[in-house]
Write a protein that binds this ligand. Sequence first.
Ligand SMILES: *Cc1c(COP(=O)(O)O)cnc(C)c1O
Length: 401
Amino acid sequence: MMTPVLPTYARFDLAFETGEGPYLFDAQGERYLDFGAGVAVTSLGHAHPRLVAALTEQAGKLWHTSNLYKIPGQEKLAVQLTEATFADTVFFANSGAEAVECAIKMARKYFAAKGEPERYELITFEGAFHGRTLATIAAGGKDQYLDGFGPKTPGFPQIDFPHTVKDVEKVKAAIGPHTAGLLLEPIQGEGGIRAFAPEVLRALRALCDEEGLLLVMDEVQTGAGRTGTLFAYEQAGITPDILAAAKGLGGGFPMGACLATEAAAAGMVPGTHGSTFGGNPLAASVANEVLTVLREEGFLDRVKHAGLLLKQKVARLVDEHPTIIEQVRGEGLMIGLKCKVPNTELVAACIDQHLLTVGAGDNVVRIIPPLIVTDAQIDEAVKAIDAACIALETAQTKEGA
Ligand SMILES: *Cc1c(COP(=O)(O)O)cnc(C)c1O
């Protein structure tokens, strides 16, 4: 029988009533440690007092006016984002897919406005995920998400993931008369916490410069402090031309943003793009506070420290449970455990230990806690993963017996 909610999700049989910091509580008051953060969204944890204050203060004043009028909070947020990044200008949307969609449109328009409308293709990389709209499933290129939804939106040739600088030759070979640029996640999230090496990113940047192409980064998951810098591109010492952000930027309030240099945004003149809700007063009030916290002295250093601690501790689990986990990947608080057992089994075993994690492609379990986690909470999570591994090993032994 059809469920009232369209059954597109394979959900866990869990529901939560309240949250506090990195913890979630169900209706029975059972406490769970949330190291999935709503898929890298609740960057400051649940019910952060400053976000609650920002949202409730705005809620008492004004919710929505549309982009027909100036929105002071949105302008303030754009100033914060342009001050803190490579960007000169920002478009606000409500989700990651919409932010990527704007990035795609902007890249195409850049060339169209220069009299080269035939340059509309963005080269993408195997393992990518860019969202679930018709254009972003084409960009992701995964058959499972494209199947049955009509012709694939043109303009997204996909090539193998470049592991080394030498592989960048293959990217160069894929460039043709229709190429507008490259679209990539500095660390693939849904694809299984697969990072472009910094030297590969630098080589791709150089390639784009040589060929006059745009480097478009999807930092929907890696952004907003997740990897220990405000955006992951900073760690490679390069800048993109266009960048999509969302997830952690709103701290749980739906928010997306497309950041760009003045040059890359040159085609986006009045009337070329829009959104009813994008950057509305409620969303802007929360995102302004998120960004203010992320930019405070020492906050991102603390994320780096927490990330190193988490990585070290889970690396030990790889040694102790080689039949369960085979590798640790990632940067900052975006850590992936490449599993030997099906990743779904480790996610489920962690839930039994009241720890929430998130599965990803390539048989990986994502450990993506809120950025405010303490060392003690990291300890607590690692103990839970350890216990989950032991439970899975016990099951393996029984099977073997
Ligand atoms: C989650 C995600 C998206 C899509 O974001 P939505 O808010 O679900 O539309 C796009 N790109 C990346 C890298 C993501 O992780």
